[in-house]
Design a protein around this ligand. Structure first.
Ligand SMILES: O=C(O)C(=O)C[C@]1(C(=O)O)C=C[C@@H](O)C=C1
Length: 135
């Protein structure tokens, strides 16, 4: 049974002024809050598009690694990426520990995708022995 009274907002009916604070703040504070939130909304949308592009690129890496039976993870590359991002974060006044945690979170997901691609690839080449000989 669908629970219409427990409505969870989705992207189609996004209300940028949705808030649980309306009865706790005066209108001028709410207006300022909504104005700042409009930038936050733009930034969040950009993050989604950027992450989608990054995952498109890492998917290509996943196919390449699977085709050549390379390991999903590359700790040497990760160490270099983390050192670089920590430096960039410091320059940008972002907590470097947060930047590292965020990158590790994304890379963990990428590695799970790589492993799934490799499993699919192995299963497919098992079904076609001549394909596995060519890999
Ligand atoms: O560059 C690679 O080899 C990738 O698989 C991509 C990526 C990343 O997401 O940046 C993910 C896993 C590796 O450990 C290193 C980097």
């Amino acid at each position: 049974m669908t629970q219409h009274n427990l409505h969870t907002p989705d992207a189609d009916d996004y209300d940028p002024s949705a808030s649980s604070l309306a009865d706790q703040v005066d209108q001028s504070v709410m207006a300022e809050l909504l104005s700042i939130r409009s930038s936050i909304d733009n930034i969040d949308a950009t993050l989604v598009y950027l992450l989608a592009e990054r995952f498109k690129a890492t998917q290509k890496v996943g196919f390449l690694k699977a085709a050549h039976r390379l390991p999903a993870g590359d700790p040497g590359r990760e160490a270099a990426q983390i050192a670089r991002l920590r430096r960039l974060a410091e320059d940008a006044h972002l907590d470097p520990a947060f930047a590292e945690k965020f990158l590790n979170f994304i890379i963990g997901e990428v590695i799970r995708h790589h492993e799934a691609i490799a499993e699919d690839h192995e299963a497919a080449s098992g079904q076609h022995p001549q394909a596995s000989a060519l890999a």
